[in-house]
Every structure is written in C-alpha cells, then in structure tokens.
Design a protein. Sequence first.
Length: 90
Amino acid sequence: MSFVIRKVCIVLLMALLGTGLSWAEEEPDIQIRYGEDKTVYEYRVNGQLVEIKVVPKIGPAYYLVPVDGGGFERSDSSTVVVPSWKLLEW
C-alpha cells in the first residue's frame, strides 16, 4: 500500500473513531438568541466570535462577519465550516 493511501486510511479511521485531528478546525459553539422580530445565531471558535447569522421573521437570512480593524460586515453567505460526515446513505 502506498504511503498516501495509508495516510488517508489512518485519517479516515481517526475521524470515524471520533478522536479528532489536531490540525483540523474546531467545531464552532453556537449560541441562539430569540427576539420578537429575528433570531440571532452566534458562532464562536475557541471563545472568539467568528460569525453572526441573523434570521429575520420577514426576509432572507444574512450573516455578519468580522472585518480587519474591528466591526462586522454584512454578507449573504456563511464563512463558517461546520463539520458533517455522511456515514451511510441509501
């Protein structure tokens, strides 16, 4: 078995066993705040706020992402990657 195939097999096995990978990005903590006219999702990684998702009662959802120098900028797409694994499908 080649080195690359062995390495891929080890990575997949570690992921399936739930041990995690030290170089992988951590899964974000999500805090949900419900309001009268909107729901706000705060995504934090290592305690740092990395993105805010705002879902208004009327209209499309939007994201607030941090910009250099402080503050947040509105965006139509998310920058946070939430890990998901498809183990079985039929």
